[in-house]
Design a protein around this ligand. Structure first.
Ligand code: ZN
Length: 277
């Protein structure tokens, strides 16, 4: 009889509080291991709870970095100029730089995390992985968000090739021009010498002058890496075509000179022979 009562009470408890039983069983029998597969949602949830709040766009920071590399770095290299760490364009002032340098691209659909060697089929999944797993490595101190400089650096022109000037907002253009000029001032102080002065001037032409709604000035008016490489290819092709033509011209001139000297010799010989008679 007692056994029957015990059994009935256990059954009653089980039917009234099934949730508690299931949770206890699942948590004790399968502990969540940090190195389990990524497809498992159970490990993604606690991971997301620890995500640092980052108020800086990774995508726009990447666009800003691309603009700097394509349209400013060639001029810095030309002048052999080192940016000061106070300059916000300095690579150290980009919070995503270290993570971007830890991206391993093995193919169009083959990306690898340089920190933990996990593979991903798309760059955006690797970006998400950095956000979820390695956000603790980000330097979140002030002034490290490169995306904040996008207005001055014309990131939209690089991110969206169909960028339309009809959307131009005069107030935003003025604000961006001020930001642009302050960058020129802090990164290339005229008092630092002739190289800094030249780069200051180039920076104003390249980035700041286009911050107007008149549409007359285009950004990157001084060109960049892409245009330079095209110039190198075109001039190389021209040299390849013109060099053989130049040697052909030289050969023809020399041949003409040779035949004319031979002709002169022949005439002078004939003259000497005809003299005694
Ligand atoms: Zn990783």
């Amino acid at each position: 009889m007692n056994k029957a009562i015990d059994f009935a009470s256990i059954f009653l408890l089980f039917t009234l509080f099934p949730h508690q039983f299931i949770v206890r069983v699942s948590s004790s029998s399968s502990p969540i291991h940090p190195n389990q597969g990524y497809a498992d949602e159970r490990i993604l949830k606690p991971e997301q709870e620890h995500v640092h709040e980052v108020h800086c766009s990774r995508e726009r920071s990447r666009a800003a970095r691309k603009v700097i590399e394509e349209y400013l770095t060639p001029f810095l290299e030309q002048e052999n100029y080192q940016l000061s760490s106070k300059c916000r364009l300095h690579p150290e002032n980009d919070m995503f730089r270290d993570q971007e340098e830890h991206k391993i691209c093995l193919g169009f659909h083959d990306w690898k995390c340089g920190y933990c060697k996990k593979s991903f089929r798309d760059e955006k999944f690797l970006d998400q992985h950095f956000d979820n797993r390695h956000s603790n490595l980000l330097n979140l101190s002030d002034g490290k968000c490169l995306a904040d400089l996008c207005g001055a650096l014309h990131c939209d022109a690089v991110m969206n090739r169909k960028f339309s000037r009809s959307k131009c907002n005069p107030a935003a253009a003025t604000r961006n021009k001020h930001l642009c000029e302050s960058l020129a001032e802090s990164c290339f102080p005229v008092s630092d010498g002739p190289s800094a002065s030249r780069l200051h001037e180039i920076f104003l032409h390249q980035f700041c002058e286009a911050h107007t709604c008149s549409g007359k000035q285009k950004p990157f008016s001084r060109g960049g890496k892409v245009q330079k490489s095209i110039f190198v290819v075109v001039s190389g092709a021209l040299i390849l075509v013109l060099l053989p033509l130049f040697y052909l011209f030289l050969y023809l001139v020399q041949r003409d000179m040779k035949s004319s000297t031979q002709e002169l010799r022949r005439i002078s010989k004939m003259g000497r022979k005809s003299k005694p008679s």
